[in-house]
Design a protein around this ligand. Structure first.
Ligand code: ZN
Length: 308
């Protein structure tokens, strides 16, 4: 069945308040259930149907131009600030709302590139970050978010409204032994479409304001965001703790903190030093979660060991 017809069928059910299992629909038509859910929600909003406010999750990536410095030899490790010629600047960014089709991006103009002026590019990304509840970026905590914050301050802008960061690089390093934790390597490792190939000359040409190079950089960055979305979705059950999507959703039943799906299967228990909780496996994303209420709340026999 065509995707639009599937969406219409679900919308009809939703408008008649009939229950819908996203997992079952996803399996039946071989579509990612959350992608389907996003499409249905967009359509429901057009019908003015109230849709509970989900977290706004932004996948993004920035490309920066390098510092230009004087150095005395190729092995020099520390470069005093008196030897800095030019600061770095943001050449471009690309972003997409999770599960939405549209990719947004902005790149400096040839004139801005030559003047190393990224004010407009930075201001445009601020608006998206300000809207986001959660952002996903590869090495985002150390790189993208900090770079952007530095630029916001430079241009006299306040910090965007608070958002949580999912850093796929950090979760990869924490959980997996891989020869490389680069986005490209992880994508190939997981059998996904890899990043577009490029080399340093592209950055040199962008700094010169070469419009073909700038266009290529935009393509490269936009592709990176798609790769990052795929890597995130594949890694998602490993991202623990995941920002809790449950707090953004209105629901009468338990939902998965990682994807917001209500198809949870109770299996096993999770023990802390003095408590025991039921655990659940999400049928949609495979993440494990635990109940917030202890199974032992009335059992006085449990004591706690002395820590020292
Ligand atoms: Zn889930």
């Amino acid at each position: 069945m065509e995707l639009s017809k599937i969406v219409d069928e679900i919308v009809k059910k939703k408008l008649n308040n009939q229950p819908v299992s996203w997992v079952d629909y996803g399996e039946k038509y071989n579509i990612h259930p959350e992608r389907l859910r996003a499409k249905v929600r967009r359509k429901l909003k057009k019908h003015n149907k109230f849709v509970s406010t989900d977290a706004k999750i932004l996948v993004f990536d920035i490309e920066t131009a390098p510092l230009i410095t004087y150095i005395w030899n190729r092995w020099q490790k520390f470069i005093p600030d008196t030897q800095l010629i030019e600061d770095w600047f943001v050449i471009s960014w690309a972003a997409k709302w999770l599960f939405e089709d549209e990719i947004l991006s902005k790149i400096v103009t040839p004139e801005e590139a030559q003047e190393r002026d990224d004010r407009e590019v930075v201001q445009a990304l601020w608006k998206l970050l300000d809207e986001a509840d959660i952002v996903i970026a590869h090495n985002g905590i150390k790189f993208d978010v900090k770079h952007m914050n530095g630029r916001f301050l430079k241009y006299g802008m306040d910090l965007p409204s608070p958002y949580q960061v999912i850093d796929t690089f950090r979760h990869s390093v924490k959980n997996m032994k891989l020869p490389s934790h680069g986005l490209d390597y992880i994508a190939k490792y997981l059998g996904l479409e890899a990043k577009k190939s490029t080399n340093f000359q592209l950055w040199v040409d962008c700094m010169k304001g070469d419009s073909t190079a700038l266009h290529k950089m935009d393509d490269y960055c936009r592709n990176d965001v798609k790769v990052l979305e795929d890597v995130y979705l594949k890694m998602r059950s490993m991202i623990q703790p995941h920002p809790n999507l449950g707090v953004y959703i209105e629901s009468d039943t338990k939902v998965c903190p990682s994807c917001g799906c209500a198809d949870l299967k109770q299996q096993g228990t999770y023990a802390t030093t003095v408590n025991l909780y039921d655990t659940y496996r999400c049928k949609n994303c495979g993440s494990l979660t635990r109940s917030r209420r202890s199974k032992l709340h009335k059992r006085e026999h449990v004591t706690s060991s002395v820590p020292r």
